[in-house]
Design a protein around this ligand. Sequence first.
Ligand SMILES: Cc1cc2nc3c(=O)[nH]c(=O)nc-3n(C[C@H](O)[C@H](O)[C@H](O)COP(=O)(O)OP(=O)(O)OC[C@H]3O[C@@H](n4cnc5c(N)ncnc54)[C@H](O)[C@@H]3O)c2cc1C
Length: 440
Amino acid sequence: MDYDVIVIGGGYAGLAAGALLAHKGYEVLLLEKSRSLGGRAGFMDKDGYTVEYGIHANRFASAGAAAAVFRRLDRELDFIAPGEAELWREGEFQPLPNSVGKIFRSSMLPFTAKLSAARYLGKLVLGNPAKKYQLSLEDFTAGCKSQETLEILRVISGIGIIAPDPRYSSAGELAAFLKKALRSKVKVGYPEGGTRSIIEGLREELEKSGQIMTGAKVTRLMLKKGIVNQVKTDNAVYSAGAVICAIPVQGIADLFGGKDLPIKFVKKARELVPTAGISMDIGLKEPITDKSGLLVTSDPVTMGQFTSNIDPAMAPEGRQLLSWYYPLPLPWVKNSEKMEREEQRLRDLLEEMLPDIWKVLDWERTLRLTMVDGFLPRPGQTREDRPGFTIPSIDNFFLCGDTTSAEGTGGDTAFNSAIHVSRLVDDYLEEITEEEEEED
Ligand SMILES: Cc1cc2nc3c(=O)[nH]c(=O)nc-3n(C[C@H](O)[C@H](O)[C@H](O)COP(=O)(O)OP(=O)(O)OC[C@H]3O[C@@H](n4cnc5c(N)ncnc54)[C@H](O)[C@@H]3O)c2cc1C
């Protein structure tokens, strides 16, 4: 064998799984098709700005999944607490009523709506979330007459699990998120130095006992006797005791040339619907606000942050960096007419909230993204529905990333899957070594 472990994909999940295994002393090779690391959490330097791929905050900060990975690596990961989240409604920003306490303090809600919203939030978090997995938020709130309650739940589902449409939001996935949020003192944190500090920290750890190759696209996986025995790129072939596939599961079957995998798995993986939408990153020549919390709109649900107000190092002095995300259904993102309309709608909304924004524009990057988080947490795509971490017919092949059945959404799922898979791979390699020793 060339290596103990080959990891395919250098996004959050592949880097984290590779770093965790390298930390245990395994020799790791990570193959990444792009020239840079980070995948959907990647970043670039642009005229003094650090431009990430849209907003990249970490749910639950030091109690979250990225921090859990760093603790296992005996490394620090520092977070900056953003300001309070605010909701743009009826022409003004107000504190976002995203907890029972804030609902009762909110001036935007009549008393009956406060009672109703608190009751629905309570009903959501009571009991086992798994029991509500296959229930949509729309069905869960079928008897609710309060428009304000429906609006708040839509917003919370939008920002919490990126599922703003109640027809396509699993009440159980939302409940699991809210339960975790209730237990966690800090709800959100921004990594000091941005996603760069996470990516660079993981890269450093991995390289202590492994190697990273960028510009190395895996084109084919070869199977022999239930084992992936060859990992092919355009110009090389590698082998390892275990292979971790940390690319979105939608593309895994292609690596096997469309064969060798169980049909049920291939169907489930290919049909997994991701979240999608418009991401706008905007550089501003002059500061236009000192707000540093999440800014949210409810109609439609969109969200943004002045990243450089949280961490000033993200923009040149005297300038500002704003990132905004407008979640939209995947079929819309593929329809250019619809997208032109929605982009204009977002631009108008931004101008309404921040009247000077286009007057002090330095640059703008607008992306129509067909994958933001790897799965839309709707009924049929919950933790109990998504692909697991192994494929029963292939012993040394493991799945990792934000399209697996790990807990959470987006980055949390990616990091949680890495923790889980690194344990599975460690156990598998130990078992193989013991068997080999017995044979000798
Ligand atoms: C605009 C935007 C905003 C987001 N905001 C947040 C947020 O605020 N909080 C949060 O938690 N999450 C957020 N996310 C989601 C988060 O970025 C992802 O969940 C996470 O980065 C997924 O990591 P991953 O490693 O599972 O997958 P990926 O990042 O997709 O990594 C897969 C890697 O595999 C590589 N690859 C693919 N095919 C091959 C191949 N054949 N050979 C070799 N390499 C290959 C890809 O180039 C990529 O680098 C956001 C995503 C976007 C796009």
